[in-house]
Design a protein around this ligand. Structure first.
Ligand SMILES: O=C(CO)[C@H](O)[C@H](O)COP(=O)(O)O
Length: 252
C-alpha cells in the first residue's frame, strides 16, 4: 500500500499531500481518531501506517466510518476500535465531495455518510482533506446531488416526497456490481437528491426538514462542524483554510 508519489496521477498526488499534511498536524500520540472514507482517506491511512512504523506516532486508536476503511486500517496494522469501546474521539479526518466557503460540505459520494456523520459528531475536532476540485463557491458546481441514507421501507415514498418538498429530482442509487440498490453498511438504501443549482444557500433549513422526515436516516450535508480544510492543488501546494477564514500555506 506504499504509493510512490511519482507513480500517482496529479490529482492523487494532491490528495496524498493533503492527507499527509493533515495527519502530521492533527494526529498526536495517544489520539482517538475517527477515520473517514474514500480515496483521499486512503492516503491518510498510508500516512498513519508510516508514522506508526517509523515511531513518530504512538498509541493511536482508530474508529473507521466504513467497512472498507476498517479493512485498510487492519491491513496497515493499525489499532482499530469502535464507538462502543471508544465513544469519545479527539479528532476525525475525512474527505468531502464539495466544500463551500462557509464550510458547508456535501459528503456521501461513497455512501458512508451516516457513519461518517456519527463518527464526526463523536469527535472534538473535524478536519477535511480534499483535492482542489472539491473547493467550490456554491454547492452544486461539480457535485450535483446530496446523498441521503434512507430506510428501505420508506424509499419509494421518499423518492416522491423529497422532490415535492425540496424541488429537484431524486434517484435511488443502484449498485454497479449487482442488479439492485446500493446497500449501505447499515443495510439501508441511498437516495441521491439532485437539487436545483440556482437554489440559495438555505442548507440548514433543508437539513432540518430532511432530518425530521420519517424514513430518512441521515443526509450528506455537513454544516457548521468543520474546523479546517486541507486543499491540495495541482502545482503541488497545500493550503489549510481555518474556519476563521485564515489561509495557511503548508510546507512540503
Ligand atoms: O463522503 C465520502 C464517502 O461517503 C467521501 O469522503 C467523499 O465521497 C470523498 O471521497 P474521495 O476522497 O474519494 O474523493
Amino acid at each position: 500500500m506504499v504509493s510512490t508519489t511519482n507513480e500517482l496521477s496529479p490529482i492523487d498526488q494532491a490528495k496524498k499531500k493533503a492527507a499527509f499534511a493533515c495527519g502530521k498536524k492533527y494526529v498526536e500520540n495517544g489520539c482517538r481518531l475517527g477515520v473517514g472514507s474514500g480515496s483521499t482517506v486512503k492516503f491518510l491511512v498510508e500516512y498513519l501506517k508510516h508514522a506508526v512504523k517509523d515511531g513518530s506516532l504512538k498509541d493511536v486508536v482508530c474508529v473507521p466510518t466504513s467497512y472498507l476503511t476498517r479493512r485498510w486500517l487492519l491491513d496497515a496494522g493499525l489499532t482499530v476500535t469502535d464507538l462502543d469501546v471508544t465513544p469519545e474521539l479527539d479528532v476525525c479526518i475525512d474527505g468531502a465531495d464539495e466544500v463551500d466557503p462557509s464550510f458547508t460540505c456535501i459528503k456521501g459520494g461513497g455512501g458512508c455518510l451516516a457513519r461518517e456523520k456519527i463518527v464526526q459528531n463523536a469527535a472534538k475536532k473535524f478536519h477535511v482533506i480534499a483535492d482542489h476540485s472539491k473547493e467550490v463557491k456554491k454547492l452544486g458546481e461539480n457535485f450535483k446531488f446530496v446523498p441521503i441514507e434512507v430506510l428501505p421501507f420508506a424509499a419509494q415514498a421518499l423518492l416522491k416526497t423529497i422532490p415535492q418538498s425540496e424541488g429537484g429530482s431524486a434517484e435511488l442509487r443502484m449498485s454497479k456490481q449487482v442488479c439492485g440498490p446500493a446497500i449501505t453498511d447499515n443495510n439501508n438504501f441511498i437516495i441521491d437528491w439532485t437539487f436545483d443549482k440556482n437554489r440559495h444557500g438555505d442548507w440548514k433549513e433543508v437539513q432540518q426538514r430532511l432530518a425530521n422526515t420519517p424514513g430518512i436516516v441521515e443526509t450528506g450535508l455537513f454544516i457548521d462542524v468543520v474546523e479546517s480544510v486541507f486543499f491540495a492543488y495541482d502545482d503541488g501546494s497545500v493550503k489549510e483554510i481555518l474556519k476563521s477564514g485564515k489561509k495557511l500555506e503548508i510546507e512540503s
